[in-house]
Design a protein. Structure first.
Length: 167
């Protein structure tokens, strides 16, 4: 590629400043809000098993089934449904039922609030898990320091056992 300075519409200093700003924005976009995991599918986290009430998830690329039946074995519902059929059926019903603009707006509002509640719950759980991990790490460090300080192992055993138990 050959540079043609006569065709520039901005000076080099402005160009460099903009490129630097874009680089900072790209770094910011790679973390935080923009990096938050979004649902991969239209009805992710919303489909429930009719038998156990547990969540449903992808069984393969095209089918959805009960997660409790597949992962935990606590549900006997081994049936699956085509994701395309399910989405078309739900969207068709919503379109038929929500032709009234007020009902459609209410549905959108409730749907968004529900997804936001699910995300907050997941974020809160992650924060709680990080706090618990930090607490256990501090406890581990204290135990190692006690052993290094010459505390007999039998005195440390009870503390180690209690630190390994879930809160």
């Amino acid at each position: 590629m050959k540079e043609v300075p006569d065709l520039r519409i901005v000076d080099q200093a402005t160009w460099d400043a903009v490129k630097q700003k874009q680089g900072a924005l790209n770094k910011k976009a790679q973390s935080g809000f923009w990096n938050a995991r979004r649902p991969k599918n239209l009805f992710s986290y919303l489909i429930k098993c009719v038998e156990c009430g547990g969540g449903c998830s992808s069984v393969n690329a095209t089918q959805i089934g009960c997660s409790s039946a597949r992962n935990k074995g606590t549900c006997s519902n081994k049936l699956t449904i085509s994701r395309n059929y399910l989405e078309e059926d739900i969207l068709g019903a919503l379109q038929g039922q929500l032709m009234d603009p007020e009902l459609c707006a209410l549905f959108c509002k409730e749907y968004t609030e529900h997804l936001n509640r699910l995300r907050r719950t997941r974020i809160d759980a992650t924060a709680d898990q990080r706090k618990e991990l930090a607490k256990l790490e501090r406890e581990r460090v204290r135990i190692v320091e006690a052993i290094e300080g010459g505390l007999p192992a039998e005195m440390v055993r009870d503390t180690m056992h209690s630190a390994s138990q879930p809160a």
